[in-house]
Design a protein around this ligand. Sequence first.
Ligand code: PHE
Length: 384
Amino acid sequence: MGVGGVGRSRPFAYGAQVMNDIDSLRSETLGAIAAADSLDAIEAVRVAALGKQGSISALLKMLGGMSPEERQVQGPLINGLREAVSDAITARKAALESQVLEARLASERIDLSLPAPEAPRGSVHPVSQVMDELAEIFADMGFAVAEGPEIEDDWHNFSALNIPETHPARAMHDTFYMAPRPAGEAPSGPEGQRMLLRTHTSPVQIRTMTSQEPPIRIIAPGRVYRSDSDATHTPMFHQIEGLVIDRGIHLGHLKWTLETFLRAFFERDDVTLRLRPSYFPFTEPSVEVDVGYSIVNGKRVIGGSEGWMEVLGSGMVHRRVIEACGLDPDEWQGFAFGTGVDRLAMLKYGMDDLRAFFDGDVRWLAHYGFDALDVPTLSGGVGA
Ligand code: PHE
């Protein structure tokens, strides 16, 4: 070659050897890459060739010891090898990864045309169902649904309903009282009074009359609490309140409303009502409402008039209650009624122990509960 000289002879001396190495290393490594059949195997090939101690890395290190001329020749060859090997590894890795994905997709395949597996199903509690039925029936008569808090103050639950501190009706309510707030911490006004668990839904009458302008037509279903417990009384039970405030309202409107409601609820046209004079501090006059029943196969069935059972308390809203809410009782009159939702459910669907309502026994719920899709509508029927 004749171009050799001092300092150049050494690299040239093993140039041919390097080229040989490159060729065999290329075919060896590419062969190993093609043969690698897992991601672990391809990683092992990569470490053996391109890792710190790898065969190609060793060649790259040799470049440093070469003369510039030799490096010019060997550099592109060695770098070309490194590139070819690293490209082959990347391609093989991608192929192996997609193989792994394909295998996973194949093993996790589901057949959407198969029927769905049997899943445990819940049911709608009869109390919820009856509340929905009531909301549907009253919505049709133009009543909105109103709400109030279950933790109530003395004024809304009693005083504003014409039940002053000394009234004997307070004792009859078996009230659960909250611990009084420490002196100085209680705000003034109704909110500062001793709090209690509402004993009836009637405080919602007050909350509605003090926050809305008449005319008012609302129902208020919800939980109420009394310290009382036996087969027909639980410490928590459900009531629904009704309130109408307008001009010129009289007892006839009350009777028509209750009759229409009870006929729709029991889904019978022969539901008969009997109004009896009664007493509630917040209505004057007050009437208790009985529905007639007949005996069929030894069981009481709503309809007819063989016997009577009490279902509702009601009356014309007392002047003092209208006044307490800041309205003029000479301009605005109205009627109110209240009844037990649990009791209505028992009468309609034939359960006899109120306590079972709140036991959470799945057998009872499966038997008396309703399908979630059985939404009460007036056209489809408000019953089962
Ligand atoms: N709040 C009464 C009770 O719990 C029921 C009632 C409501 C009576 C509205 C008259 C008017 O017994």
